[in-house]
Design a protein around this ligand. Sequence first.
Ligand code: SR1
Ligand code: MG
Length: 430
Amino acid sequence: MKGSRQEADSYRRLSQADLATYLAAVPSARKRLGGESSGWSVREVGDGNLNLVFIAKGPKGGVAVKQALPFVRLVGESWPLPLSRVDYEHLALTQQAQLAPGLVPEVLHFDEAMKLIVMELLEPHIILRRGLIAGTRYPRLAEDLAVFLARTLFFTSDLALQAAEKKERIAAFAGNHALCKITEDLIFTDPYRLAEQNRWTEPYLNSIAEGFRADLDLHVAISRLKLKFLSSAEAMIHGDLHTGSVMVTPDDTRVIDPEFAFYGPMGFDVGALIANFLMNFLANEGHEKNQGEREDHGEWVLETTQEICRRFRAKFLELWRSHAKGDAYPTCLFPGALGEARLDIERQHYMDRLFQDTVGFAGAKIVRRILGLAHNIDFEWIEDKARRATCEARALRLARELLVNASSFTSIEAVIAAARVAAWWKPGFT
Ligand code: SR1
Ligand code: MG
C-alpha cells in the first residue's frame, strides 16, 4: 500500500501531547515504560533533517519514537517526501539486527499506517558526532563499526546470496527511490553547479566553490561515482552512514537511521564513515581554545579511521573465505589448492577495487557537507567564520584529491597522510 490513498488517510502526525496516549495502546511500549501513561514524560528531540523523534520516559524505562513527516523537515512543506521511507527503514533495521546483532537499536513496535517505529531508548548514548566534537574517545568504536560494515555488506552481496534471493531483496528496496534521489542530487550534482539550496561559508569559500563549479576533472570524477551509485546494486547499504547516524557510549555502539537504505555500492557506506572522521579531524583545530590542545584527539580520530578500514577489510575477507554461499565466484571454477590460491589473490583485488570506490565516495561526502545544502556541526560549531572556512578549505582540498586522484590512494594510510598534509595548508584568505 506504499504511497496509496489508504496510507495517506490512516496517517496522523503525532504531537508531544498525544504521544503518551498512543504509546499506552502499544503493549511493548507500555511494558517498557511502566506505570500509568499520565505519569510518562514526552519530549520531541529530533534535530535531524527529516523526521520527528520523541523520547518517552516512565517509571521503569524509556522508548524512542521516530515518525516520518510527509516533507523534508530541514526545508519545510515545500519539499514533499514519501512517508514510505519508514517502511524501508524498518526493513533495513530488521535485517541489520539479524546480520549485526547488538549494533542497531531494538525495534519494539512498527506502525505501518502511522509511519512510525518505536525503539528501545538508547541511554546514556549520545550521537557520535557530538562525542567526537567533545573530544571523547570510544575504545570499541573501530571494531564495532568494522563488524557492522563487514557483516551487513558481505551477507547482502552476491558473495553470500544466491542470485534469485539477491534480486528479490533488491526489489524490496527499489521503491525507496525518493531517498536515493536526495543523495543523487545533494551529493553527486548540486555542489558542482549553481543550485539554489547550496550554501557555504561566505565570502571565504566563494572562489573555491566557483572553482569546483568549473572543474571538469572533478565533474568527471563525481559523475563516475554518481553512475556507480545509480547502477551498482552490490549490497544492502545503510545509505546515510555519517557520524550523526551512530549512537555511542564508551562501551556500546549502535548504528541508527537507515531510512536511505537500498541496494547500492558498498564503498558508499565505508566512504561515508571515513569522510566524517576525516572532517572531524580537519575541524579539530577550529575548536581549539589553546593551540595544539586537541592534537591528541586528532591522532585518536585518525587511528580510529585507519582501524575501521583495516578491520573492515580483514573481516570482510574472513567472511568471504568462510561463508561464500553466493553465486559470485563459483567454487567449481577454482578447484584445489591452486584454485584457492588464485581466488585469494582475486579477493585482494576485489578489496582494492572496493577501497578505490571508498576513497572517491569519501571525497564526495566531504564536498556535500561544505558546499551543499546539509552541513555538519563539526564545522558549523566553529563560530569564527574565518577559522571555520580555513578548516573547510582544507577539507575541500583533501576531498578534491580523493575524488580526482582516487586511484593513487592505495591504502588508508595514504589517505591519512594526505589529510595530515591538508591540515597544514594555509588557504590564501586567512
Ligand atoms: C534533505 S535531506 C539532507 C540530508 O539529510 C540526511 O541525513 C541525508 O544525509 C540527506 O542528504
Ligand atoms: Mg538520518
